[in-house]
Ligand binder design. Sequence first.
Ligand SMILES: Cc1cc2nc3c(=O)[nH]c(=O)nc-3n(C[C@H](O)[C@H](O)[C@H](O)COP(=O)(O)OP(=O)(O)OC[C@H]3O[C@@H](n4cnc5c(N)ncnc54)[C@H](O)[C@@H]3O)c2cc1C
Length: 406
Amino acid sequence: MAHAAERVIVIGAGPVGLCLSLALAQEDVRVTLIETLGDNNFLEQVPRAGTNHPATLEMYDRIGLYRNLEPRGIIAPVFHYWDRAAGELIAAFDHIHLKDDTRFPYVLQCERIKIVEEALKMAKAHPGIDLRLSTPFTHFEQNGRGVVAHVVNPAGEAESIAGAYLVSAEGARSIVRKDLGIEFEGFTYSDLTLNIEVAYDFRRHGYAERNYISDPVEWSNLFHWKGPPDRWRVHFPVASSEDQEAVCRPETLQARLQRLLSTGRDFDIVASNLYTVHQRVAKKFRIGRAILVGDAAHVNSPIGAMGMNSGVHDAFNLADKLVKILRGEWGEEVLDRYERQRRHVAIQHTQAQTIRNKRLLGEKDPAVRKRNQDQLRRTAEDPVEARAFLLRSSLIESLREAEQIA
Ligand SMILES: Cc1cc2nc3c(=O)[nH]c(=O)nc-3n(C[C@H](O)[C@H](O)[C@H](O)COP(=O)(O)OP(=O)(O)OC[C@H]3O[C@@H](n4cnc5c(N)ncnc54)[C@H](O)[C@@H]3O)c2cc1C
């Protein structure tokens, strides 16, 4: 293990940077993990992503994280497609069809904030991880032998940290990606996504823990999170022409919720936020010793829960390669394979499926809507078709396909 002492510098303690750091450190690779947030504000982040697919659960399990997450989440084997206008359940997909494909034939509804909280505790306890909170990364340099990351430490001083590789897990605004001049190819949707979190049990109306509700005017996602108090997240599209301040007023939020489900009583709104949705993939995932993972490399709409999941899959793919490189077992060219594998997944799976999902939910042509819904119904009712559908929607197929890429 002569080379294992070489350090990997990971920027960003989001779910992707934390998983990568733990996977590396558990194989005796020394890691410096740099995060701009500190103990005083780390848990003040918006919950964001929260559906964890079966293959991601296997990865969490590999680093010992799953056992800490399960008690904080909701095991959800089934998800639904609904038609809003008809109030009709179109299709129910049960992950039990994947029982021979995964040890976890369900998703775990567990929000990003809980994942980073639990993973951060593990990172703090690991002697191989030099965790630098309250330390914004500013820029870096590299040459053929290594990298130097420049940060501002908690005392406000500029500091330089040297390592063998630098991984940007900084999220969508990655400084590394911008400094490397890597294009973030794709587009931004003209409509925004409104996220409202309410304490109300939608299951009494027949909904599952995770629902996609189609409508030509106002589609929704509806997801259940564990409390206390239990919360449900409802997504709505909002036209960019709408007055954003007015959209977020309590009475406007109530009216929108009542249009979805008329209960005659105000919903208990716990939180709300409005955000822009991008569909973008970096043109390169690696230049020299600087590598992109997670949202730094690709971003997509939340419909289908693929952003955080595919980012975590990047982290484990890359960890396996960096470990072998640093042990001197593999050459650096395997990092090009990382790019080939994970860009393929980002474009052909994550982007393709999330774009299709959004189109499906908001389809305006009644004939196409009917055809799509009939197809979904048939797929869910046929065990062979349902398994094939779930292999795709849970990203298991994307991982199998990536394995075939040389
Ligand atoms: C508002 C919003 C809502 C979302 N909602 C959903 C959803 O409902 N469902 C879904 O599937 N996905 C959702 N996503 C996407 C999902 O949260 C991301 O795919 C996932 O968090 C990506 O993980 P990551 O670790 O790559 O990046 P992030 O989670 O963004 O983590 C990046 C980390 O890097 C740190 N950082 C950034 N810059 C620096 C720097 N210069 N120096 C040091 N540290 C730095 C940040 O503080 C952060 O901790 C949402 C995203 C946003 C922005």
